[in-house]
Design a protein around this ligand. Sequence first.
Ligand code: NAD
Length: 540
Amino acid sequence: MLMTSAEGAALLHNPSRNKGTAFTVQEREEHHLRGLLPPRVFTLEEQVARVITNVRTKATPIEKYLYLMGLYERNQVLFYRVLIDNMAELMPIVYTPTVGQACQEYSKNFVNAHGMYISIEDAGQIERILGNWPEQDIRVIVVTDGERILGLGDLGANGMGIPVGKLALYSACAGIHPEHCLPVTLDVGTNNSEFVNDPLYIGLRQPRLRGEQLDALVEEFVTAVQHRFPHAIIQFEDFGNRNAFRLLEHYRHICRCFNDDIQGTAAVTLAGIYSSLRITGKSLKDQTLVFLGAGEAGIGIADLFVSALKAEGVSEGEARRKCWFVDSKGLVCNERTDLQDHKRPYAHLHRFVPTLLEVVELVKPTALIGVSGMPQTFTQAIVEAMGEFNDRPVIFSLSNPTSKSECTAEQAYRWTDGRAIFASGSPFDPVKYNGKTLVPGQGNNSYIFPGVGLGVMACGAKRVTDEMFAAAAKTLAETTSQADLDTGCIFPPLGRIREVSAHIAYAVAEIAYKRDLCEFPRPKDLMAHIHEIMFDPQYE
Ligand code: NAD
């Protein structure tokens, strides 16, 4: 039998077909693999056991990350099986917080590009270059320009770890087949002087492109995607906020796209608020929110909160007045002349108040939401004040990675006598307080974006709307069990995330059908269809 170019050693180097030691005796014979593998045939379960044992022996999270990315390059089925079967343990490795360090060190550790780099030098040829990607049926693209990676700032081309990590979560959490996923980094330069001076830096060593030139590159990219991958949803990721709002506002009306930092964060946080209402017995209309940080995350959350209140009959003005923002200067109010456009709708008719503590004392909010990227800014006095006004104060310290969190879970519980309903952006371990185990929730966007993507893919929704994100938030809150709420945890365990994503996908597709936004006719059984298209990593 003649050997084809896809057999023998080439097959072992093809991650989408490689089974490693799980190739059967017959497959080894047929594909010219005899002698290229040790003789014993292993099952997928045995391979998973070997991988997870190895992961656990690595001394540091970054070593675990690099080991797992090595597996990602060798054997896709095994990589996703390990990830799905050990979601709670491995998500902090594949995503925040470890992915933050992975991005900081990306150039040093670079081995292979896991996605596409489109740079300024590719202008005019992007559509042709997209054709170089080996897969053609792309359904989800996560694209970053690396300007605001987590709370870590401008990491330039090193930001590639984020689209790669997010798409790994699309496949693991919502079963979008890896062959439908494309991570993209737009290398438009960087203003990170450390990287510019680093001889190993993989990106362009020039100042970041701004203004019309940047917009033209993004426009060419989006247009090229429409031609090359017409069914793809584009997720804008970790753009700096001066571009993120503008690009979203422009493209959301033109193509199927969303910005996870704005809309995904908004939905997971709104879900957290809905869940907290199940604990406090209050209604959404009773909520007053104080935000520390008025960027993509904060404004996105407030916008979705406002649209959820409007759906309950509250006027837009009244809903907006329930949101108070404190940014690096102080209260966002009408006296200020330095406010960026996205902050203006939330400027209160109020005298300027300089500190968060004073704003909290003034407003007496039900919830305090940290999206500032500034660690330890929820001080003891502030958290204690929240505990004075509320039986169950809602404290969300969402800044990532862990080192940036506004306060820790342990601090939030200790300073409120264990009464805080706490969630964070990066995970915190459960806390023992007065003999009770309190479980902090992780306001992880992975609860939302994979399910939204799956829903859009299932029905071919032509647009991604705020109504879909609000539905995703409601669905997520409803899938949190009473047992979880009893421990203070306002999100379901990550082990149930595929089931949660399927429900979110259903809710999103329902809205798309209701609003007549779908490319595909409604299947007889929408939920069965969603389950059918979900990738379940098994060897064929
Ligand atoms: P951004 O850059 O758009 O906004 C940051 C905001 O914080 C700006 O308004 C800035 O003025 C303000 N700020 C900076 N220093 C401050 C200070 N000392 N006091 C008060 N405000 C200050 O960033 P973003 O996208 O809004 O993200 C902010 C943080 O939220 C990041 O750490 C990010 O990791 C985190 N985040 C978490 C989640 C999640 O948990 N699911 C999702 C998205 C973002």
